[in-house]
Design a protein around this ligand. Sequence first.
Ligand SMILES: [Mg+2]
Length: 229
Amino acid sequence: MATERFQTLIFDLDDTLIPTSEVLIPQAVQQVFEILSSNGLSWDFKTFEAYRKKHMARWSHREIIKNIIDENHLSPKSHIFESCLKAFYEVDLPAQIPLLPDAEATLKYLVPRYRLFLLTAGEENTQMKKVIRSGVKDFFHEIKIVGALEKQDKKESITEWIRQKKIEPEKTLSIGNRLKDEIRVSKSLGLHTCWFKFGEHADESPTEPDEQPDYEVAHHSELVSTCRL
Ligand SMILES: [Mg+2]
C-alpha cells in the first residue's frame, strides 16, 4: 500500500496566504517614514525606500529601522524605535483582508487530505486579526504566532511540534515566501519545503544549502500539482 508523502502542511501567513506586500506593507512603511521624518530624518521617501529594499533580503524591518535610527543619530533613540515598531507591526487592518488568488480553493482542497498548521511571526493581536479577517482560521488544525521576526522563534515552534510528535519532519511540507526564514528553518529541521515566490522577497536567491527549496511556486493554483499533493 502506498503511503502518503505528507501528513502535515505548515503554511506561513504574510505573503503566502494574504498579499501583505500589496495591501498592508505600503501603509505601514509610510507611517514609519513619517515618524522618522518628524524625528529628524532628512531623507526623502525615495531614499528611505531605496535603503529599505537594499537591506530587506538580509535584515528584518526591525533591524532596518534600528539601523536607520543609529546611522542618522536620531534621538531619543528608544522612543523613536518603539514608535516605529508599533506603527510597522501593529498596522491598522482593513475589516476584510483578501486572500491571494486561488488560496481559498487550494485550502478547501487540502483540508480533508492533510493536517494544516499555520505558523506566522509578528505582533500577536495583529496576526490573529489577519487570520480572522482573511477567513482562514477554520482551515487550520493548529495556529502558532511567534514574536516579531525573531527567526529563532519559528525554529523553536517547529522543534516543539517535532518533540511533541505533532509532526513528523519527513512527512511535513512547509510553505512560505522567505528563503531566509521559514524555508531555511524548515529545511534545517528535516522538513520538505515549498517556496511561495510572492511579494517583496520573490526576487531573492538561495545563498546556502538550507535555503534551497524542494519546490517553488508563484501561484496557489500551482501548489497541488507542483508538490504532488
Ligand atoms: Mg511571509
